[in-house]
Design a protein around this ligand. Structure first.
Ligand code: FES
Length: 67
């Protein structure tokens, strides 16, 4: 399950998101989400075509068998 923490860094709030391999999250770029910085679907009620940024953690690549 995705987890996040907020931290202050040089006077600014920074959000760190940790994802499990294959997991994804949607980041808001309309600035109207009640769960900002995460998308809560509010963009669907706005004019225009703007939607979230989808971030996905890569799955680990299978290890090739020894030759
Ligand atoms: S709520 Fe802002 S992009 Fe979805």
């Amino acid at each position: 399950m995705a987890t996040y923490t907020n931290e202050e860094r040089m006077g600014h709030v920074r959000t760190n998101v940790e994802l499990e391999p294959g997991e994804q999250c949607a980041l808001c770029r309309c600035f109207k989400s009640g769960k900002f910085p995460f998308c809560d679907g509010m963009h669907r009620q706005l004019p225009g075509e703007l939607g979230p940024v989808i971030v996905k953690a890569a799955e680990p690549k299978p290890t090739p068998p020894p030759s």
